[in-house]
Design a protein around this ligand. Structure first.
Ligand code: ZN
Length: 69
């Protein structure tokens, strides 16, 4: 028998700071503050993502990796 821990991933949308296309990001709500880089699915530029997980909502900000927050 395999024990697995299920983490419910939240999906959040935000605009790419390069091409302004809507992107969907999978957020792990068990981590309160996260900052990472993910390539845009449309233009492939590196998007800097900052996530703040609150009690009722998840705040997601995006910026160009070269600019930072
Ligand atoms: Zn893009």
């Amino acid at each position: 028998m395999v024990l697995s821990i299920l983490i419910k991933m939240e999906e959040k949308s935000a605009q790419c700071p390069y091409c302004w296309e809507m992107q969907y990001f999978e957020i792990d709500p068990s981590i309160a503050e996260q900052e990472y880089v993910e390539d845009c699915q449309v233009c492939c530029h590196p998007i800097l993502i900052r996530v703040a997980v609150g009690f009722e909502n998840i705040d997601l900000q995006t910026a160009k990796e070269s600019d930072g927050f």
